[in-house]
Design a protein around this ligand. Sequence first.
Ligand SMILES: [Cu+2]
Length: 255
Amino acid sequence: MKIAVTKSRFFIVLVLAFTLILVMANGSFATPKFKFPKVIADKNPLHILGPAGERFTFVKTGATTCGKYVMAEATVPPGGGPLPHIHHYTDEWFYFPKGGLTLEMGSNTFPDLNVVPGLNAPKELLHMVKTTRRSLFYGPRYYVHGFVNNTKKPQKLVFIWTPDDAKVGITNYFKEVGQPLPDPANPPAIDPKNKALFVSQGTKYGINQSSDFYQYVNSTDYKFPTGDNHAKELLALLSPDVKGRQTKDGVVSCK
Ligand SMILES: [Cu+2]
C-alpha cells in the first residue's frame, strides 16, 4: 500500500516537472481563448499615431461610456510598443486577436507616483510572454508593464483602460502626446517631439513612462505570472455597448 502511494506521488511530481519544462521551453503560458464581444463603435472614431508607433483607433472613449472606459484597437509595427511604464489611475486589458506581440509585466506595485523604480525604489524584474491567438491579459494599476512587437510584421492589439476620466484619462493623454492620423493606412513618421511629450506629460495623467528600457528594469525572464485575466469584469464593463442600449447616435445615456 505504502509503495503504491509513493509511486503515485512520484508519478505526479514527474508529470508536474514535465509540464513545467514544456511551459518554460515554449516561453509562454497557454491562456484560454477569449471570445471578444462585438462592441458597437462610436461614429467617426478618433485615429491617433502613438509615440510608440501604435496606430490607434479609439472605438469608444470616456465621452461615450460615461467615463467608464476607453477602448482602442491598435496596429503595432515591427519594433513598436511602449517602453515600461506604470498607470496610477487606470487598469488595463490587452487582447491579442492573433498573438504575435510580447507582453511584459513586473510583480511589485508602485502606488506612489513619486516613487519610481530605478529612481528612488529598486528596479523591477520584468516577466515576458509571447502572446498567442485570442489571448486576454489584465494589467492592474501600479505595475510596471509594456509590450513590444518582436516580429517582422505589424501586429494587432485591443486595449481597454478603465476608467476614462475627462481630465486625466488615457484618451486625453494620447490626444496630447500623439499625432493626428487622418489616414491610418499611411501613418506619418513619428516626430521626436511626440516621443518627448509621451514621457514628460505622463505624470499629468497618472503615468510614469520610462524613456529607456532599463530605466525601471534590471532584468527580464519568461516566467510570466498566470493570474486572473478578469474576463468577467471586462465583459460586464463592455456590456452596455454590446447589447444595444445605445441611442441612435451611439451614445449611452449616462445617469
Ligand atoms: Cu499601459
